[in-house]
Structures are given as C-alpha cells and as structure tokens.
Design a protein around this ligand. Sequence first.
Ligand code: GDD
Ligand code: MN
Length: 389
Amino acid sequence: MFIAWFAISVVHFGVPLFYFFGMRRNAYRKNYGLNPVRDFATEPTVTVVVPTYNEEGVIRRKLEDIARSDYPASKLEVIVVDGGSTDKTAEEAWRYFKASGIRGTVLEQSQRLGKSTDLNKGLKHATGELVCFSDAECEWDRDALRNCVKYFVDPQIGSVSGVHFEKGSRKALSQEVEGSYRSIYRMLRIAESKVHSTPVAEGELQLFRTSQMPGFDTTIGGDDTCAALCMVEKGFRSISAADVAFYEPTPPRLSVRFRQKVRRGQHVIQAFWKHRKLLVKRDSSFTRLIFPMEFFLYILNPLLFPFWLATTAVLAALSFQFALFIGVVALAIVLTPLSRVAITHITNNLTMLTALVREARGDKQLVWNKIEENRKDERAPEVPPVQTV
Ligand code: GDD
Ligand code: MN
C-alpha cells in the first residue's frame, strides 16, 4: 500500500514539478529560434475578427482599444461577428465604426450558432494578409498587435497567441489563485513556444496567415487551442509570444471562476482529443515531449488525484507515523508561500476532473453564458505587471 502511495505521489507531483522546473531552467530564457526570411519593410494588412454575443456593455471599449493600438489604422480592418445578440451590441458597433476612422463592419447572424461558426464567417470576409481573432471583453497592450505580427517573418510560424495578464488589482481568493495559476502557465506557454510550440492558445489574441487558416471546427469548443494544434499538424509552429500582452479580469467569486474554468478545461480536452494522433507522430520535440506532457497534465494526471487522496487517507488511518508525517508536511505547506501552489494544484485538479466527468456525459458546452462580472468597465493597466516566475 505504501509503495502504491509512493508511486502515485511521484507520478502525480513529481512529473509536473520536474517538467515545470526543467522548462523554466532550460527553455524559458532561450530565444524563439526564428528564421526570418522576410523583412516587413511595411506592415502587412491585418483583419481583426471580434465575435460577440450580448456584449453591448464592452463592445465600444473593445473597438476603442483596437483603435488605440499602435498598428497603422490604414493597415487595419475590423469585423465584428455578432451571433444573434438580443441586446444592442450590433448597433453599438455600427455606431462606433461610423463615428471613428477605423475601417470596420458588423456581420449579423440572425440566431446564435456558436462562436466557431461565427469566427468562420468572419474569416471568410477577412481581406487582410493576416487575420487576428480577439474576444470582446479583453484589452491589449498598445504594441501587442505590432509585436505579434513580427513573428510571421518566419514562414514556419503558423499561429501566434498573446499571454494573459490579470486585469485590476487582486482582491479575492479566486483572483489570487488565478494569478498564481497564470504565472506558472504563462512561463510554461512561453518556454514550450521557444522549444517548438505550445498546444494551448488564447482566443483573446491569436494571429494567423489568412491564406493558411483552414477555419474552426464547429463540432467542438476550444477554437483557439484546436486551431493552434491544426497548425502544428500542418507542419507549422504555434507559439505564445512573451511580448504580446492582453488583459482579462478574473471573476472574484470562486464558484464563478470554477464554472468558467470547467468549460475552458472541457474545451481544451476536446481540442487535445481531436488531435490525439499527434501523440504517436514523434517527429519533433512538440510531438515527442510537449504534447504528451500536456496531455498528461490536462487529462491523465487529474485522474490520479482521487487515488492519491484515497491512499493517503487509508494509510493515515492505518499508521500513526504516516498521519503525523502527512500532517507535518501539510502544515509546512500551509504556513509557507507553497500554499498558493497547493491551492492552485487542488483547484486545477478538481476543475479538470469535473470537466472530464461533464465531457463523459456528452455536454460539450458549445454555447455558454458570459460572465457578467468580467464586463465591468475598468481600464487595464498600460504596462504589464512584473512576471512573478
Ligand atoms: N458570435 C458569437 N457567437 N460570439 C460568441 C458566442 C456566440 O455564440 N458565444 C460567445 N461569444 C463571444 C463572446 O462575446 C466573447 O467575445 C468571446 O466569444 C469569448 O467568450 P467569453 O464568454 O468571454 O468566454 P471566456 O472568456 O471564458 O473565453 C475563453 O474560453 C473560450 C472557450 O471556452 C477564451 O479563451 C475564448 O477564446 C474561448 O473560445
Ligand atoms: Mn473572455
């Protein structure tokens, strides 16, 4: 029994820690290894596609934010694809385009068909050389788009995504935990990108070459991650760029954050599962190391968590020394900064377990309710906070 517990502990905690510290040490500080064959003497044209469903409260701020970016307005086109909102999102967007100097249009669907369907519609109308997808309630750094574009000087790069920073100051526990989770995962996304590619992408800012973009699979969620994996499957690299920052608030209530993370987790599972063939390809460091490891972290390792808890409980009931040992370790964690990592670990595992159960039940969550708390008008800081990893 003790041997089983020990083996589970090593795999469940040891493998992620080993990967995390290995990537931080060996990859995080490297450069992206780009092979620039093209010099952007003039900026390429970019179409920004913004999908919306009932975003009247934030759509104006979103369009202003795009206009505020330091990318030349003459090279920008914006397409809002509204998925049958029942509020005034489309009117607000039209009003903004008419009053501002930004070239933009609103494609209005008569009913809600889901985000991916609408992204495809936006893609079909995109005239830019590059196409950028961006959610309505996030904001970018002024130089985010310009920085993002420059990675495409390398023809191997197929998808470039931004990195997430927390909006507003952290007050609630949910925001603390999200901050800790994000600082770990931001590091991992960047480190993996420097080695080859990262399998998880962010729909808050993701850029492609329009001509290479095959469109989004409308039968699963996780448009961003799925598209990044599609690009890798086609032989490109999909990266997260350290100098491309976007901001999104975290819902202050733990229960709301949990609901959001279960849905996002489910969508990652769907995208990973669709591209599971990459696991046996073994033709690059992505297919040999990064994807198998992320597949383990997102899908397999959470399944070990209940076994670890159960064996720990049984052993503690059987042996006083073991109970004492676990008690001391737990106390040491609670009293040190490791407690943040521990809470992050526990909530992640619970999230992914719930996501797996929901997925097994067949509820794919292809449409969902937005999080109202994230749509309060509060401007993001101009400069990203110092990275904590
Ligand atoms: N056109 C259209 N139609 N847009 C939609 C629909 C729809 O049916 N449903 C949601 N959207 C838009 C929202 O208006 C928003 O701009 C964007 O899609 C993302 O939705 P949020 O409600 O903000 O979800 P999130 O912040 O949790 O999104 C994250 O997870 C999603 C997958 O679960 C991001 O990473 C998204 O990019 C990702 O798609
Ligand atoms: Mn969002």
